[in-house]
Ligand binder design. Structure first.
Ligand code: FES
Ligand SMILES: [Fe+2]
Length: 445
């Protein structure tokens, strides 16, 4: 690397992590430039803008962005900032419009971003305004199985390269059916937590039997779910793997159990099993037998701030995060099962989710500790499983020996350093795609 290494926050040999990266404003400002200004960011789902001229208001980091589908069906990610003085040209969450009219002076943009009309263009501007150069600022947009990603970086690699072999696992949820998925939501709320605390938590299965003990007991008693213990977690054959900044946990599913977790109970199990059995031939055709039958995606994060499926952790300052919780469903799933999954998802995660509330309390305290004048002098300890991860013959990525490990978290902060220390994308390493993508599913769906 040309420039001196500015950030060294994680010691890979000891797992010691500098706490200041959860609270310092200067570090946060740098994150907005170096990470959110250049990474591929999840911004929505194609199903949120299904028809021509639909739009959905979203964010890239702190920047307001309009996801539009123009009259020809093409997607755009447009900075919601009038090029004249900066007014937002869209003030609502979603809708359908061919044009966006700025409410300050009336500059009018097409939904592909082009500046179409300026009041007084002849009289006031003497026809000297360079209108073609004043369209809304447009991000690069690509989709993966209907999920829309965008980046400001012209030199960013393709989305396919960015996701890399993580897609081999992600496909087992997001790319199962020919009909694709549909997004419901989002439910939005604010928490006094640093955005990284919850991304890091996506690969933390160590906390589950402690933090979620009460919630898990409720599930056991009322939903007929298996009991959860530390012993079960430590002996679990599930695994962790890490690719290009993305943390993945997965299950080697050598049985024939259905794939959804949210909404499953002794009462609803039959619905899930029937759906699983009926769709398995299609899933096998799309993903190949091994992935269809053996690999079940668990908790995961997509660098930098995609968490547990189509959920976003939008930074709102070092000490605040806005959560966007969507429910993603197979579009062609039976309606009664959709209802069960939707309700189950909100019972687990979302503002009123039992598991979410257990988690958020932890993240609040981790964030608060990083503001302590004395506490912050002492690093976090992420030493679990140091040296116990490597390549695996069957599974792509850097695979942890055991399910309970902090390997993914250490690597997440190392990825954070790689972005924060790089001058451009040319200095950010990417793992080559080596996984075999059997079946007919592609990046696009
Ligand atoms: S700020 Fe938008 S038209 Fe002037
Ligand atoms: Fe949790």
């Amino acid at each position: 690397m040309g420039a001196a290494r500015k950030y060294a926050v994680i010691d890979p040999a000891t797992g010691k992590l500098d706490r200041r990266l959860f609270s310092e404003q200067a570090i946060y400002d740098d994150e907005m430039e170096k990470i959110f200004g250049r990474a591929w960011l999840m911004i929505g789902h194609e199903s949120l803008v299904p028809a021509a001229d639909d739009f959905f208001h979203t964010y890239m980091g702190e920047d307001p962005v309009i996801l539009t589908r123009d009259g020809r069906g093409r997607l755009h990610g447009l900075l919601n900032m009038c090029r004249h003085r900066g007014n937002r040209v869209v003030r609502c969450d979603d809708g359908n419009a061919k044009r966006f009219i700025c409410t300050y002076h009336g500059w009018t943009y097409r939904n592909d971003g082009a500046l179409e009309y300026v009041p007084g263009e002849s009289e006031a501007y003497y026809d000297a305004l360079d209108r073609p150069s004043l369209g809304l600022i447009e991000a690069r947009v690509e989709t993966y199985a209907g999920i829309v990603f965008a980046t400001w970086a012209k030199d960013a690699p393709s989305l396919e390269a960015y996701l890399g072999d993580a897609r081999w696992y992600l496909d087992t949820v997001f790319n199962r059916r020919d009909g694709g998925m549909q997004a419901l939501g989002p439910m939005k709320w604010l928490e006094p937590v640093n955005w990284k605390t919850l991304v890091d938590n996506c690969s933390d299965n160590y906390h589950v039997p402690t933090s979620h003990l009460a919630s898990a007991r409720v599930q056991t008693r009322y939903l007929g779910r298996p009991r959860l213990s530390h012993e079960d977690q430590f002996a679990s054959p599930n695994r962790h793997t890490f690719v290009n900044g993305h943390g993945v946990t997965f299950r080697d599913a050598d049985d024939n159990t259905p794939r959804y977790v949210h909404g499953m109970s002794s009462e609803t199990m039959r619905l899930f099993q029937e759906y699983h059995d009926a769709t398995m031939p299609e899933v096998e055709r799309r993903l190949g037998t091994f992935r269809a039958r053996r690999v079940q995606l668990g908790n995961h994060s997509i660098f930098p701030n995609g968490i547990l499926g189509l959920r976003l952790a939008l930074p709102r300052g070092p000490l605040k995060t806005e959560f966007w919780h969507f429910v993603l469903l197979d579009r062609d799933m039976p309606e009664d099962l959709k209802r069960v999954v939707r309700i189950g998802s909100q019972a687990n995660n979302g503002a009123a989710g039992m598991f979410e509330q257990d988690d958020v309390d932890n993240w609040r305290q981790v964030t608060a500790a990083s503001t302590s004048r004395f506490g912050r002098r002492h690093p976090q300890d992420l030493s679990m499983g140091v040296g116990q991860a490597g390549p695996h013959p069957d599974y792509p990525g850097l695979v942890s020996e055991r399910y309970i490990s902090e390997n993914n978290q250490r690597l997440f902060y190392r990825r954070w350093e790689e972005f924060m220390n790089a001058e451009s994308w040319a200095e950010i390493p990417l793992d080559p795609i080596t996984a075999r993508f059997d079946g007919t599913a592609t990046l696009r769906g």
